[in-house]
Structures are given as C-alpha cells and as structure tokens.
Design a protein around this ligand. Structure first.
Ligand SMILES: *Cc1c(COP(=O)(O)O)cnc(C)c1O
Length: 437
C-alpha cells in the first residue's frame, strides 16, 4: 500500500516512510492509494472474532510489508490492551466508552499504535528517534504514555507552564524514563513556535531522526477506525447503527468513514460539533468557511479549521451530495451541553464528559427526525478529565479510577525554561547526549 499527498506534489511513500514523515514535504496530508474492501464473511463474523484478530485484519492491508506479521500482532495487542465497552444508556442510545485507556481519552489508541510502529522502525534504523511535541494538554499525555518504555525513542514534550490541568500535568511529567517534559514560561503558541524552530534547524537533524507525533499521522488516523469496527462487533440490534462523533479536527470521524467504505454497516455519521461549527455550516451552505476557534467547555473540539477536512473531501471524490447522503452535522451550545450532562445523569444515572455530551445532544437532535432509530455515541473522554464542569452539574463526586489515584501520587519532573530558542536547543542536545542510541 502506498500513500500519496493530498497536495499531489510529493512522492508516494509506503506505510513506514509516511508514518515517519507525518506530513508530506508539500504540506499535504497522506492518503492511502486505495481503501481495502473487506470480505462479507469478515463483517458477518465480527461478533465471533476477538478484538486482536479484528485489529490485525483491519490494519494489515495499510501496513503492508513494512512490519512482519508477528510483530504487527504484538503491536495490536499492546494497542488494544484496555476495554472498549459498548454501554447502553437508554433504549435507543449506546455509548462506546473509549476512556478506559491509560490517559482516560480516546487518543490513547492512536498514540499507542503510532508509538509502537515508530519503535519498530527506529530499531530497524539503528538510529535514535526523537519525538518532539508541543501540547496544550490532552495530546501530550496520550503521546507520552504511548511512547513510555518504547525502546530507541526519546520523547520531548513542551507544555505551557500553569496552563494545563493538574491531571494533565502529571500525565506529562510523572512518567520519567524516556519521556522528558519541558515546562515553558509562556503559552501554547510559544511552545508550538519553539517546536517549529527545532524542526526548521538543520543542525538538529544531523545525528538523530527528529519526528512529531501529531494527529494527522496516518498511523494515528487510520488505527482509529478500530473504534467503529469494535463497536459493531458488540452490536446486537437488527437496526444498522448511526454514529455520533464529537469532532474537532475530524480525524476520528474520518477514520470511521474509511471503515464504512471498507464494508462496515453504518446507517449515518453525525458530526457532532460545539460552537465551532464550520462543518455544520458547510453541509448547510456548500461553502467551507473556517473561522478562528471559540473557547467552549468541550475544548478538545475547539477547532476552527479542521485538519482532516481535506481527507473527507478526498474520500468522497469531491462530491458534496455524496457526503450529505452519508453524513449530517449538528452543533450544540455550551448550555445545551450542560443541560445534557444534567439530564442524562438525572434520568439514567450515567455521567457524560462535555465532549461525549455534545455527541449525545446531537444524537437526540437527529433522532427527532428519525424516531426509533438506534445510535452509538463515541465517549471520547472520562468525565474526570473535566472535573470542575461535570461535578458542578451533577452535584456529586465522580469515582476516581485506581490508575488515576496512583498517577496523582507520583512526583512531577519537568525542566522549567524561558521562551528562548537557545535554551531549548541546549536542553534537547543534552537529552540526546545523555541518551545515546
Ligand atoms: C481530540 C478530541 C476530540 C476531537 O477528535 P478529532 O479526531 O480531532 O475530531 C474529541 N473529544 C476529545 C475528548 C478529544 O480529546
């Protein structure tokens, strides 16, 4: 399988090269040359297969010959090492709980698959790989945990001092080992600027392979289609499910669309948005008009210009009507989101986080016109990741998972630096020198 750039200037690459590159040199996103079509037998038998077999069968065509079969199976086992249960909230709405992974958010799955693929490629190259990321909170935690203990890789994470939540900070700083946290006296934009300067500095690329682990990476993007396949493997209703997906950069929902193209039965996708509703407006007006992002209580979805929009357009061959036949979109305000968290807790004794609540609210809107149709919302984060908002609404405590208690007792280790390129460069070079290949 080869991957081409959606800007169509860069050369096609295999899975290994496209994963290591992240983004194409022409700044386009990579896209698979063809979408595999699954045998009907595979789809009909999903209920009887275990999750590792499903994960292996789905990812194998994308990985091609780049990873030997036994190692790919091992990678799949480590990627799916936590539960992804389908929880029934009420008669017509189910929640696929994607928050039982190490950092309590769905990004764990993609980060784990990516990190283990990179770990294998790095060993093969016999060259140190440095993964450098700037984070405003959630992505960094999933990446840090995903890469923890992966041999041959050092991870350096820049985060803005005082601007991430206490849980997020521990997730970045308490792991140790090959995970190095740098706390910048500045905001997220400063962190991102510093990371870009390191990537632009040719001297830094000489002795190590320097890479990012951002969400447009094909290994992260494509492995997320497993959510939809694993949801279907737990689906026992004759009604074909509709998926409501809390969307920000649209990587998650777009991976589900890929699974549908391969043959997964899906009635409809609902792109659930908060007030950042560029996609909702696009389906209404046929015009794509990005806006600066607005801050909301579902902040991982505060994206004004979703990076995976170009992949959705490509998947449907630029045909807007075809997109509309498969995807609809609604937007929920913060007030609607809060009311949803309250109602669902009161009525069904189930606690939604703000992102999952947006998906629930949009599912309800869709069901008004589609009564008796059944749907799955993707529960993308544990409510404890947003304790202040959720506790105030449910007027109750949230049970703390054991792994979080353990994490919060660990010691924070971070290097505090000014917003200065010279300091960053020095620190990174020290990390490289003390951790030779
Ligand atoms: C990242 C994130 C999203 C948005 O996912 P995309 O793939 O960017 O659309 C939704 N919910 C949570 C909790 C997230 O962390």
């Amino acid at each position: 399988m080869l991957y081409y750039s959606l800007n169509r200037s860069s050369e096609k690459l295999d899975f290994k090269q496209a994963t290591l590159k992240g983004q194409a040199p022409d700044k386009g996103l990579y896209f698979p040359e063809r979408i595999p079509r699954w045998e009907n037998e595979f789809v009909n038998n999903l209920k009887y297969l275990d999750k590792y077999e499903i994960g292996y069968q789905v990812m194998k065509p994308y990985v091609g010959e780049c990873i030997p079969e036994d190692i790919l199976m091992q990678i799949i086992k480590e990627t799916l090492s936590f539960e992804l249960p389908l929880h029934q909230i009420n008669e017509n709405i189910f929640c696929l709980e994607l928050f039982h992974g190490p950092t309590l958010a769905f990004k764990d799955l993609g980060a784990r698959f990516l990190s283990r693929c990179m770990g294998y490629f790095s060993k093969e190259q016999k060259r140190k790989t440095i993964v450098l990321v700037a984070t405003s909170g959630d992505t960094g935690g999933a990446v840090a945990d995903g890469f923890h203990h992966v041999e041959g890789i050092e991870v350096i994470i820049l985060y803005p001092s005082g601007k991430v939540s206490p849980v997020q900070e521990k997730q970045l700083t308490a792991l140790g080992g090959n995970i190095h946290a740098i706390e910048i006296k500045g905001d997220f934009d400063a962190c991102q600027r510093l990371v870009k300067m390191v990537f632009a500095d040719e001297g830094m690329q000489k002795n190590v392979s320097l890479t990012s682990a951002n969400s447009i990476n094909i290994a992260r993007w494509l492995s997320q289609q497993l959510f939809y396949v694993l949801a279907y493997s737990q689906w026992h209703d004759k009604d074909t499910p509709t998926f409501s997906v809390p969307s920000g950069n649209f990587g998650n929902i777009c991976s589900g669309m890929v699974a549908e193209r391969s043959g997964l039965p899906v009635n409809q996708f609902i792109a659930a948005c908060n007030q950042n509703d560029v996609f909702t407006r696009f389906l209404k007006t046929d015009r794509y008009e990005p806006l600066p992002s607005i801050q909301t209580i579902s902040n991982a979805m505060d994206v004004g210009d979703p990076s995976n929009f170009s992949r959705i357009i490509e998947l449907y061959g630029q045909d807007i009507n075809l997109i509309k036949s498969k995807v609809c979109s609604f937007s929920a305000s913060d007030n609607e989101t809060k009311r949803t968290i309250e109602d669902v807790y009161k009525t069904y004794d189930y606690i939604l986080d703000p992102h999952s609540a947006v998906a629930y609210s949009c599912m309800k809107t869709w069901q008004k016109d589609n009564p008796n149709k059944k749907g799955i919302i993707l529960g993308t984060a544990h409510p404890l990741k947003f304790p202040s908002v959720v506790k105030e609404l449910i007027k109750n405590e949230i049970e703390v998972p054991e792994k979080l208690k353990i994490l919060m007792q660990k010691e924070k280790k971070a290097i505090l630096l000014n917003d200065s390129y010279a300091d960053i460069k020095n620190t990174i070079n020290n990390i490289i020198d003390y951790n030779p290949a």
